[in-house]
Write a protein of this length. Structure first.
Length: 241
C-alpha cells in the first residue's frame, strides 16, 4: 500500500479538489492507497472538509492538530500514522500534479531510497529563491546533500528511511535533514508545473526559521547535544477515519 501524506493549513476551499486529483491518479495507476490529511490547526473550515471527505471515501484518514506546528512537524505526524510501506508527501497548494506520482514511484522502484519531484522551470519570488539556495547550501555542508539534487516537499520514500524519520525527537523537525543522516541514495525527477498552483503560504520569516532550525537541530554535534526540547512536536486533537 502507498500512503500519501498531505499537511494542510487554511485550504478548505481547495482541499476537495486536491483529493479528487489524488484519487483519479491512484486509480489510473491501479495502486492501493490511503490518504492522510493533517490539519495544522487551520482557522477556516478545513477540519469540516476533512470530515466530509472521510465519510465519502474509506481511503482517507484525517488528523486534526491542536496547535499550529508548521508543515514539517505536521507531515511527521502523518508519516507516523501511515500504514503503507511507501510514503508520498505532497503539498496542499496544488503545485505538484498528483498524476506525476507515477513518475516518482517508477524511479523509486529502481532502487533509490528517496525520490524528490522537481518542477521544471520553477518560478519563485526573489526572497524565496535566495532562501532556498541558502538552505540547500546549508544541507550540503551539514548533511552531505548531493550537489545535483534539489530537496522539495514532494517526495517518495520507504524502508529504513521512514523508520529513521519517525524516530526524530527534535522539537522542530526538518525531514530532509533527518533522512540525509540515513542516506544519500536520493535523486530528482523533473515534472511539469501544475497549472492550478496556488499562492504559497510561506513567508520570509518562516523560511528564516526553517533555516535556523536546520542549523540548531541538525548542525555540529557539540551544539546539537546542548539542545533540550521544551515542547512536544505536536498534539493530536482528533483522529478521523
Amino acid at each position: 500500500m502507498i500512503s500519501i501524506v498531505i499537511p494542510t493549513y487554511n485550504r478548505a476551499a481547495h482541499l476537495e479538489r486536491l483529493f479528487w486529483q489524488v484519487d483519479k491518479a491512484m486509480k489510473q495507476m491501479g495502486e492501493y492507497y490511503e490518504l492522510i490529511i493533517v490539519d495544522d490547526a487551520s482557522k477556516d473550515t478545513t477540519s469540516l472538509v476533512i470530515r466530509k471527505l472521510c465519510k465519502i471515501n474509506h481511503c482517507i484518514k484525517g488528523i486534526i492538530l491542536s496547535d499550529n506546528v508548521g508543515q514539517q512537524n505536521a507531515t511527521l505526524a502523518g508519516i507516523r500514522h501511515a500504514a503503507g510501506e511507501i510514503v508520498v508527501t505532497l503539498d496542499d497548494d496544488l503545485k505538484y500534479d498528483p498524476a506525476t506520482i507515477k513518475q516518482l514511484l517508477e524511479v523509486y522502484r529502481q532502487g533509490y531510497d528517496v525520490v524528490y519531484g522537481k518542477v521544471v522551470k520553477e518560478k519563485r519570488r526573489g526572497f524565496r529563491s535566495l532562501g532556498t539556495a541558502f538552505k540547500e547550501s546549508l544541507l550540503f555542508l551539514l548533511c552531505k546533500k548531493p550537489k545535483d539534487v534539489q530537496l522539495t516537499s514532494y517526495k517518495v520514500m520507504g524502508g529504513p528511511v521512514l523508520a529513521h524519520i519517525c524516530e526524530d525527537n527534535h522539537e522542530k523537525v526538518y525531514l530532509s535533514a533527518r533522512l540525509l543522516q540515513k542516506t544519500q541514495n536520493i535523486i530528482n525527477v523533473k515534472i511539469a508545473d501544475n497549472n492550478e498552483n496556488l499562492e504559497s503560504t510561506y513567508s520570509w520569516c518562516q523560511l528564516v526559521e526553517i533555516t535556523y532550525n536546520i542549523l540548531k537541530y541538525y548542525g555540529p554535534k557539540p551544539f546539537n547535544n546542548r539542545i533540550k526540547n521544551k515542547r512536544a512536536q505536536y498534539h493530536i486533537k482528533e483522529f478521523i477515519q
